[in-house]
Design a protein around this ligand. Structure first.
Ligand code: NAD
Ligand code: MG
Length: 383
């Protein structure tokens, strides 16, 4: 039986790599749904090549263009966020790869989990914003959440078969990004072109900036907390600039397991899509002799304050991570438009965490309102 796959966010970095994985294994996967926000040209091209049954363009102004271009294909075309949610809740697929970036990915992931579906989760913001609600949905509807983020895939791979055994702590590895070792007097002047040059990974713009500011690792701490049901103090971060160890788990007997490999997102994508099986591929292999030293150092949270702010939000709980995420989405977008400086991003996030009212046990509605309120507040700090 082939797995029927829905790729939400097929035009992005994760989405396009997922298409490569699926194309390489036509015996295992069947492409059912592709979605994109506004890149109609690429969505049309992907649909013509991969022939899914359904495509959804969430930017409704592009519907006509997509529909006309695909009129001679046997493909149903839909538009708008409502269609994303409806199709996520439908029986048209077996596994949904959640690869939309940001808060925008929350509603479709929730719709899938409410139907007890299997979700391969790349969209970490979903768990940062509403991790408590999302984890409850997984339990209540016997849904499955399989991580795609490389660190979380690493941890997941380390704990497969260890269900009886308690985890003492996990160690998330961080590459440190392009500004590893730099200090505020340098960072004050950096621009987006430099911040977008990640040393080890090629990714979408938002996560690349998050990696440069270490916010990505902060978001990943919160993501890990909910994915693996951990206490805050069980989550550690270490800078490992080679990105070979993707993360580690220490069990209660002190034994540590690490998952290693060259940095290539196709591996965790393939693992999540094929789980519980490993499938053969021709990805480049890691060789110890090419990496005579693997290094580890403590993150400089005095310089990269976003990591400290994310940890603070995690410890506060409630709606604080939602505030952190919303403010971060706004400042990253502004940084990419050269409207705020690199260090100013942390100032604005900190102000939002101070000013938005704290809610200890938010409902989904509270999270949605909190996201809007924080976005407005963060935008008001940007000229
Ligand atoms: P990207 O910017 O390259 O792609 C984002 C995708 O989301 C695109 O297909 C776009 O059309 C869609 N999208 C954007 N805004 C949308 C909206 N408002 N409504 C509906 N769809 C929308 O991003 P990416 O790098 O592929 O990352 C996707 C997610 O995966 C992010 O949450 C990121 O943190 C996570 N992730 C990415 C990587 C990576 O290597 N790229 C690694 C780990 C985790
Ligand atoms: Mg990651």
């Amino acid at each position: 039986m082939k797995k029927r796959v829905a790729i939400y966010g097929s035009t992005g970095s994760i989405g396009t790599q997922a298409l490569e994985v699926i194309e390489a294994h036509p015996d295992l996967f069947e492409l059912e749904i592709l979605t994109a926000h506004s890149n109609a040209d690429l969505l049309i091209q992907q649909a013509k090549k991969h022939k899914p049954n359904i495509v959804i363009i969430s930017d409704e102004s592009k519907y006509q263009q997509v529909n006309e271009a695909l009129s001679s294909e046997h493909i149903k075309v839909f538009a708008g966020e409502k269609s994303l949610i409806e199709m996520a809740a439908s029986d048209n697929y077996d596994i949904l790869l959640a690869a939309i970036v940001g808060f925008a990915g929350l509603s479709s992931t929730i719709a899938a989990l409410q139907q007890g579906k299997t979700v391969a989760l790349a969209n970490k913001e979903t768990l940062v914003v509403a991790g408590d609600i999302v984890s409850e949905l997984v339990k209540k509807h016997h849904a499955s959440l399989i991580p795609v983020d490389s660190e979380h895939s690493a941890i997941f791979q380390c704990i497969v078969g260890e269900a009886e055994n308690a985890v003492e702590k996990i160690v998330l590895t961080a590459s440190g990004g392009p500004f590893l070792g730099k200090k505020p007097n340098y960072l004050i002047n950096v621009k987006k072109d430099h911040a977008l040059q990640h040393p080890n990974w090629t990714m979408g713009a938002k996560i690349t900036i998050d990696s440069a500011s270490l916010m990505n690792k902060g978001l990943e701490m919160i993501e890990a907390k909910w994915l693996f049901g951990l206490q805050n103090e069980q989550i550690e971060v270490i800078v490992h600039s080679q990105s070979i160890i993707h993360s580690m788990v220490q069990f209660i007997d002190g034994s540590m397991k690490a998952q290693m490999g060259l940095p290539d997102m196709k591996l965790p994508i393939q693992y999540a899509l094929a789980f519980p099986h490993r499938i053969q591929n021709d990805f480049k292999r890691f060789e110890f002799k090419n990496f005579p030293s693997l290094t580890f150092e403590v993150a400089d949270t005095k310089t990269f304050r976003n990591l400290a702010l994310a940890k603070e939000a995690m410890l506060m709980g409630g709606n604080a991570p939602c505030v952190l995420n919303a403010a971060n989405e706004v400042v990253v977008d502004a940084f990419l438009k050269n409207k705020v400086g690199f260090l100013e991003m942390s100032d604005i996030i900190e102000s939002c965490l101070e000013k938005v009212s704290f809610i200890e046990k938010p409902t989904l509605h509270d999270y949605i309102m909190c996201n809007t309120e924080t976005r407005n507040l963060a935008s008001s700090f940007i000229k």
